[in-house]
Ligand binder design. Structure first.
Ligand code: SAH
Length: 416
């Protein structure tokens, strides 16, 4: 019955019992955080985070699991406690009677993994755990074929590293687990930034299959945990409508371009990064696709020049990096999104399709649509919305947790 949360308890009652070697009949008193009514309201409204300013009495404990009480002393449930972070408490379980131990984590992970079963038919790489949205706050776990890449993003979670790794081994039977804990948010938690093996071994490159296409993921050094798994369904959609002359801007490793190339006559894959394009070339060869041309260029400049040359494309994909990484960057990001969408709309042939996306969290769904409307108004074209897209099954966006959602997509058609 030793639960990790007890390690954090440092009240005298517990200590005395340990010293005299008497096994307690009831569990020792766990560390408690007392939160303001504002903090309690966040949980009541479905958001798992309670900020430092709403913690009235900090738990006398190291990072780990703590019990949360409201001002009246009523227990609200269990949370991960991060002493150094602005996000002090992350909801784990609303039941005060829960035991946050290895079994608890195993049940949570099992539930999250089971939800992804339908993806087994379409891909060998997908997200198994999407943090707070899967009830596993600050934990990311992506599967790449027989390997897992995880991110443990809070000090409280770090205390459960062993339990999580053991559960993942039991549930998925992977050949290796890599922690891509090199992300900046770890510093805010007082945690080291590192990329380390937690189990077995993980290769530098992993070939994954997605809707019948092969591409290499780079778990150790690639963006995110090694690939952009969050656009899988959108790549399939863009591939399904592709035809004629196609353009994939911000191509990275060419994953949209590969899908376009199966249907289109020719594809132009454009990216500012030569190493990214080298991988895209390799991925094309891996699939015996020979109708992709690779162009190293700045997308803004290239699109402007293509418009001057009056080029036309039947299919265009715009999947840029997050232009608004912070709220302050939003105004200039809006100009950037509008500009590329406007140019792409003008380059569309009559009846042509544009799949356009934004992965900036700060650009809301409403703002994304506003940008597209403004671009369409300036383009001089009649642009129809064929489909609005959100996040796939394996990246659930919970309505009460805005931070769990960031991808917006739209499939547009030039009517004339
Ligand atoms: N569509 C890709 C992900 C795109 S990631 C996929 O589904 O896998 C963003 C890419 O945009 C990166 O490869 C980066 O090199 C590229 N990029 C960033 N700024 C750019 C610019 N101004 N012009 C062209 N490419 C750019």
């Amino acid at each position: 019955m030793t639960s990790p949360l007890q390690k954090g308890a440092n009240n005298t009652q517990t200590d005395t019992r340990v010293q005299v070697g008497v096994k307690p009949l009831i569990s020792p008193v766990p560390p408690v955080a007392l939160v303001s009514s504002k903090g309690a309201r966040r949980w009541a409204n479905g958001h798992p985070w309670i900020y430092r300013s709403d913690v009235v009495t900090r738990p006398a404990a190291d990072a780990g699991a703590v019990l949360v009480h409201n001002g009246a002393g009523a227990p609200l449930g269990w949370a991960l406690w991060s002493p150094r972070s602005e996000i002090s408490l992350r909801l784990l379980d609303r039941s005060p009677r829960a035991q946050i131990d290895a079994q608890w984590w195993r049940a949570r992970l099992e539930h999250a993994i089971a939800r992804r079963a339908p993806l087994d038919d379409v891909a060998t790489a997908f997200r198994l755990v999407h943090g707070e949205a899967d009830g596993c706050p600050s934990l990311i776990c992506d599967r790449y074929d027989r390997w897992l890449v995880v991110q443990l993003l809070s000090a409280g979670l770090e205390r459960f590293r062993d339990a999580i790794v053991e559960s993942l081994i039991a549930l998925v039977e992977p050949q290796g687990i890599l922690a891509r804990n090199d992300v900046p948010v770890r510093a805010k938690e007082g945690l080291p930034r590192e990329t380390v093996i937690l189990f077995g071994d993980v290769p530098r490159e992993i070939e994954v299959i997605e809707y019948g296409l092969r591409y290499l993921a780079a778990p150790w050094e690639g963006q995110k945990t090694g690939a952009f798994l969050d656009q899988r369904e959108n790549r399939a959609l863009a591939g399904a409508v592709a035809r004629g002359r196609a353009l994939d801007c911000f191509s990275y490793h060419g994953s949209f371009a590969l899908h376009l190339a199966r249907q289109a006559t020719t594809v132009l894959a454009l990216d500012a990064s030569a190493p990214a394009l080298a991988r895209a070339r390799d991925n094309a060869a891996r699939n015996d696709l020979h109708n992709i041309e690779f162009v190293e260029a700045d997308a803004f400049e290239w699109l402007r020049a293509a418009e001057r040359r009056r080029e036309r494309f039947d299919t265009i994909v715009l999947d840029p990096p997050a232009f608004a990484k912070t709220r302050d960057a939003l105004p200039s990001a809006l100009r950037g999104y509008k500009e590329i969408n406007l140019r792409a709309m003008r380059l569309l042939a009559t009846g042509g399709s544009l799949f356009t996306a934004s992965c900036s969290y700060h650009l809301t769904k409403a703002l994304f649509l506003e940008v597209l409307e403004a671009a369409a108004a300036d383009s001089g074209r009649r642009i129809a919305i064929r489909e609005l897209r959100g996040q796939p099954l394996d990246h659930p966006e919970v309505l009460t947790i805005p931070e769990s959602g960031y991808i917006k997509g739209a499939l547009l058609e030039a009517l004339d």
